[in-house]
Design a protein around this ligand. Sequence first.
Ligand SMILES: [Zn+2]
Length: 149
Amino acid sequence: MKRIAFSSPTVGRDECIFCRIISRKAPANIVYEDDKYVAFLDTFPFSRGHTLVCPKEHGETIWDMKEADIAELFKVASKVSKAVVSAMGADGFRFVQNNGEAANQVVAHVHVHVIPVKMEDKGRFVERKRFTPEEMSAAAKTIRSEMSE
Ligand SMILES: [Zn+2]
């Protein structure tokens, strides 16, 4: 069976930006965390509230995870999606889970994108956006409070 891979050299844990976020060596707007999973806002979001859900244990693609952990990851992503949709007043959401460079996976640490969408964006090509640090932390705060409900 052909194994998908990154064509660029894989980074180690020390250089992995998500591992650095998990160990608090890099800043992020964290919206949820438990023993095994963490969720934080995407720095280059497709929409306000675009969140990434990752296992804390480093692995490049979903194939590096145990099946039970994959199930758990999507359970957490589902929980996060409810908070994101509610906090952002969205009308729907996307789960996007890219594996390998060919699939546009940018960071070599498994993650699920939770992208809230509004009806007005239906069928529209959406580009990545930039929000101010204040807008990002305000969005994270709203999502966090929805998570705790
Ligand atoms: Zn990592």
